[in-house]
Structure formats: structure tokens, C-alpha cells
Design a protein around this ligand. Structure first.
Ligand SMILES: CC(C)(COP(=O)(O)OP(=O)(O)OC[C@H]1O[C@@H](n2cnc3c(N)ncnc32)[C@H](O)[C@@H]1OP(=O)(O)O)[C@@H](O)C(=O)NCCC(=O)NCCS
Length: 170
């Protein structure tokens, strides 16, 4: 399969925060943001693989900044690394300042999607070639995150997680 670039899976979803989507502090409800990120990430996974894709895990979510009612929120996702059948998707969330239009980073998250056939069985995906510095950094750290996710899910023994051992053991 021919390699693709992360930019080919870039997905941008822009939407406003409405009253039914907020918590008692009038900020965006966390579960609503998770759903928006999942939606964008699933489109990125589909654009990369041209397959049906399912969420295998939510590896990391950082709710750094609250997102107030009425904000214009942009969720941007891209495939950061592929393995055999799985893809890591990196998601950046931005809030647009009403007056200046400048976008400030609010949150980020990392999801894992798996491409599947009609019966739900995992199928291989094209490799990926990172191009920008940021894409290369995210690509390089992805194996470590995959191993951590598999260990936490009980699908890999900690002593098999070579990349994690390299972090903690000399
Ligand atoms: C995700 C799913 C297809 C994986 O199926 P499986 O039988 O466990 O298949 P495998 O063990 O071969 O795993 C497939 C790939 O997913 C990866 N994977 C599985 N669980 C993972 C996890 N928790 N974290 C990171 N990667 C994971 C595997 O490492 C493998 O990657 P690779 O082929 O790129 O090396 C299956 O568990 C499933 O269908 N889950 C439900 C998905 C769903 O409905 N999501 C929506 C939730 S509402």
C-alpha cells in the first residue's frame, strides 16, 4: 500500500457551544467535546484508510481550558501514525476569539482507531510519512503511547513494552 501524508487526513469541524451542551458553570460539557473529537477523528481515520473505522481507545485527553457558552470551537484532527490495522489520531481543539478572530488552543486529545471490514475484523491500513516537525515528533512518540494504551487495557504485558522500559529503566 502506498504511504500517505498526515495532511491527507486533516479534518476540521467548527461549531458553536449551545446552552444544551454546557455544564452548570456554563462551560462546554466534557462528554460533548469528547463526542466532537471522536467524530472528527473517525473522519480522519476514514480519510487515511478509506475503510470503516472504529474507536479502539481514547489514549489521552487534556481539558486545559474551559470552553464558555457561545464559543466558536474548532476541532482539528489528523492521523499521526499508523501501525498494522490501527491508527493514532491527534486532535487539537481551538477557541476563536470573537473580536480578533485569533484561535487559541484549548484542549488536545489522542485517540486510536482500527480499520475493519464488513464483519468488523481488523484490516491493514496504508503507512504514513510525517512531513512537518510537529508531525515527526508526534509520529516518533506514538509507539510509546500505543504500548502504554495496550498495557492499560491488559492487552500487553508491561515487560513486553520495550518503549516504556526505555523510558524508565536504564
Ligand atoms: C477495536 C477492535 C476492532 C480491536 O479488535 P481486536 O480483535 O482486539 O483486534 P486486535 O487485537 O488485532 O487489535 C487490532 C489493532 O488494534 C490495536 N488495539 C486494540 N486495542 C487497543 C488499545 N486499547 N489501545 C491501542 N491499540 C489497540 C491493536 O494493537 C491492533 O493494532 P495493529 O494491528 O495496528 O498492531 C475491537 O476491539 C472492537 O471492535 N471494539 C469495539 C469498537 C467500538 O465499537 N468502538 C466504539 C465504541 S462505542
Amino acid at each position: 500500500m502506498q504511504a500517505k501524508f498526515p495532511s491527507e487526513s486533516l479534518t476540521t469541524l467548527t461549531d458553536v457551544v449551545l446552552p444544551g451542551e454546557t455544564n452548570p458553570l456554563n462551560n462546554l460539557f466534557g462528554g460533548e467535546l469528547l463526542a466532537r473529537m471522536d467524530r472528527a477523528a473517525s473522519i480522519s481515520a476514514r480519510r487515511h484508510s478509506r475503510r470503516v473505522c472504529v474507536t479502539a481507545s481514547v489514549n489521552n485527553v487534556v481539558f486545559t481550558r474551559a470552553i464558555p457558552l457561545g464559543s466558536v470551537v474548532t476541532v482539528e484532527s489528523k492521523v499521526s501514525r499508523t501501525f498494522n490495522t490501527s491508527m493514532e489520531i491527534f486532535i487539537d481543539v481551538w477557541i476563536e476569539d470573537r473580536e480578533s478572530g485569533i484561535k487559541n488552543k484549548a484542549n488536545e486529545a489522542i485517540y486510536t482507531f482500527v480499520a475493519v471490514d464488513e464483519t468488523g475484523r481488523p484490516v491493514p491500513v496504508p503507512p504514513i510519512e510525517p512531513q512537518t516537525e510537529l508531525e515527526k515528533q508526534r509520529y516518533d512518540a506514538a509507539l510509546r503511547r500505543k504500548q502504554l494504551s495496550l498495557v492499560l487495557a491488559g492487552k500487553m504485558k508491561p515487560n513486553e513494552a520495550t518503549e516504556l522500559k526505555a523510558l524508565f529503566v536504564e
